[in-house]
Design a protein around this ligand. Structure first.
Ligand SMILES: [Zn+2]
Length: 327
């Protein structure tokens, strides 16, 4: 039950799952619900499922829907934050210019706003997780893709059109593979889970990564996790591949450190769970490429909030919008 303060809903709309948390302004979770997105069914079915999941989370929190002051939605980009529209997300097939914030507001009678998923995770780590107490903080998530959120002077920096923080698209090479957005040489194309898996497949096709290939036969497809596990089992070539991704990640970290001179960089996402194997080379590369004072002053830490981060960040975004009378 709520203690009488405002209560918010945080909705994490992902390609595979919808997670809804109900929480107070301090981020203390009162209830939750989760379902599979079933994105292939298209926007109408998914929006109905989101609304049902918010109702289920409110029931779990033992509150009336009408007592929810505002809702935030963490959604995959690209999105139009100001209009609350999901424009063209690659992992939600059939979604094109869907006015999600307005539609949910109409269905649930709760003021709703939309924010990019990586920005939400960054806000969450800043407010409730590993980034607490750091006024200037960069969040980077290394997962199937690479995203980020920039916190300057305790505020999310959104940029002119709400599209800032695309740290996965820092250029690290003049050529090479293309990223999810079709650019050449982006960090994401060298250090994301997708990039590691793609490189592993090339190496397997050329007769390399024998243990990785064997593991993937039992548990397909080849993924970054398969490569990591093979490395754990002693395949030096697999560990070298992860370390190489780590060095590219370090080039990205050095750019962030040199440009923003932050107090902290918080690293989240599934690939970051590989720990020292990828983060060791990343930090070492960052050290050699960043200005010495800036490197000395930055704390590089792992995220604390895991898969709850996006929904918690959506709650913080909704709460802050209410505080500023933006919704
Ligand atoms: Zn790119």
């Amino acid at each position: 039950m709520s203690d009488g303060g405002d209560v918010f809903a945080g909705i994490d709309l992902g390609g595979t799952k919808i997670l809804v948390l109900i929480a107070g302004a301090d981020g203390r979770v009162l209830g939750q619900a989760r379902v599979a997105t079933q994105a292939a069914q298209g926007p109408e079915a998914v929006i109905a499922r989101i609304a049902d999941t918010v109702r289920a989370a409110a029931a779990d929190a033992q509150i009336e829907l009408s007592t929810i002051r505002a809702a935030g939605v963490s959604a995959p980009g690209p999105i139009d934050v100001a209009e609350g529209v999901i424009t063209d997300p690659p992992n939600l097939p059939g979604w094109h210019n869907v006015p999600l914030a307005k539609t949910l507001h109409d269905r649930l009678a709760i003021p709703t706003l939309l924010e990019n998923d990586a920005n939400c995770q960054g806000v969450a780590e800043h407010q409730f997780g590993a980034g607490r107490g750091y006024a200037d903080m960069i969040f980077i998530t290394v997962s199937t893709g690479i995203g980020g959120g920039i916190i300057i002077n305790n505020e999310l920096y959104s940029g002119t059109s709400g599209a800032a923080g695309e740290v996965g698209h820092i250029g690290v090479s003049i050529d090479g593979p293309t990223c999810g957005a079709g650019h050449v040489g982006c960090l994401e194309a060298f250090a994301s889970g997708t990039a590691i898996a793609a490189r592993a497949k090339e190496m397997i096709a050329a007769g390399g990564l024998i243990r990785t290939a064997r593991l993937a036969e039992h548990d397909p497809p080849v993924s970054a996790k398969t490569v990591f596990l093979a490395g754990q089992q002693g395949e030096a070539e697999a560990t070298a591949l992860i370390e190489s991704a780590g060095r590219y990640l370090g080039i990205g970290l050095a750019s962030l450190i040199n440009i923003f001179n932050p107090q902290a960089i918080v690293i989240g996402g599934g690939v970051a769970n590989m720990g020292e194997t990828i983060l060791g080379p990343a930090v070492e590369t960052a050290r050699t490429r960043a200005f010495a004072q800036s490197f000395t002053d930055v704390r590089i830490v792992e995220g604390e909030l895991g898969e709850r981060a996006a929904a918690l960040g959506a709650i913080a975004v909704a709460r802050d919008a209410v505080a500023k009378a933006r919704i």
